[in-house]
Design a protein around this ligand. Structure first.
Ligand code: PEP
Length: 251
């Protein structure tokens, strides 16, 4: 049975004191969330350590928002997988559309990042999704399959045990526009088929696929009721502990 997950991507929000306060509130709310639902938060690099301490004993897991595509060395400004592990990270988000769009993150670079993350013992939340132009041109299925294939087809069924996929239509991120439950479900089912083609039905069935894009307490229930939607990657609503916990209670 694949795991249900609600993950909060804090992006470049919160200072360390704000982040610790938010983490404490999430940790307190986590006791209301059923054991079968995994909670993850992804604060900025600067307060991973402090947030990790604030989450201790709550069962909420810690994620980075990105990692370097090199193991170590002369890469100014980058943060390696080993560094993330050493501050208590269990996960890293990779391939978020903001990284693809603003920082030139290519599928080729992502292959390297996923390889390093998995080798270093981090779970990966790999983001895929089409932009508005691609959706309007009817290319959304092809764009998502290509992103999944270009990155994940380089890995094994065993590797896939540590990979979660987040389908995030770029036109729905931070815009208040949510994909309808039907629009989201058809892409999730499609991604699962793309996984089955390479890794077999069992791996596809066991892979957690999250929806992301203006998911909030008012729409989470309908989205999470879809058979192939296993939870959410939450941006804006993850900055309010009550909303984040409410979303996690929406299964
Ligand atoms: C995101 O960027 O991962 C995201 C889903 O953001 P929001 O929930 O704010 O649309």
């Amino acid at each position: 049975m694949r795991k249900k997950i609600v993950a909060g991507n804090w992006k470049m929000n919160t200072t360390k004191p704000d982040g610790v306060e938010l983490a404490k509130a999430v940790a307190a709310g986590a006791s209301k969330v059923p054991a079968g639902v995994g909670l993850i938060v992804a604060p900025p690099f600067t307060h991973l350590c402090a947030v990790g301490k604030a989450l201790a004993g709550s069962g909420v897991e810690l994620s980075a928002q990105n990692c370097a595509d090199h193991e170590k060395g002369a890469y100014t400004g980058e943060v390696s997988v080993d560094m993330l592990k050493a501050v208590g990270c269990q996960w890293t988000i990779l391939g978020h559309s903001e990284r693809r769009q603003y920082y030139g993150e290519t599928d080729e670079k992502l292959v390297e990042k996923v390889r390093l993350a998995l080798a270093g013992g981090l779970g990966v939340i790999l983001c895929v999704g089409e932009n508005l132009e691609e959706r309007e041109a009817g290319k959304h299925f092809d764009v998502c399959s290509a992103q999944v294939k270009n990155v994940l087809y380089n890995f094994t069924a065993e590797d896939m045990k540590k990979v979660v996929i987040a389908y995030e239509p770029v036109w729905a991120i931070g815009t208040g526009k949510t994909a309808t439950a039907e629009q989201a479900e058809e892409i999730h089912a499609h991604i699962r088929k793309v996984l089955a083609d390479k890794f077999g039905a069992e791996v596809a069935d066991d892979t957690t696929i999250l929806y992301g894009g203006s998911c909030k307490p008012s729409n989470a229930k309908e989205l999470f009721a879809q058979p192939d939607i296993d939870g959410g990657l939450i941006g804006g609503a993850a900055l309010k502990a009550d909303d984040f916990i409410q979303i996690a209670l929406s299964f």
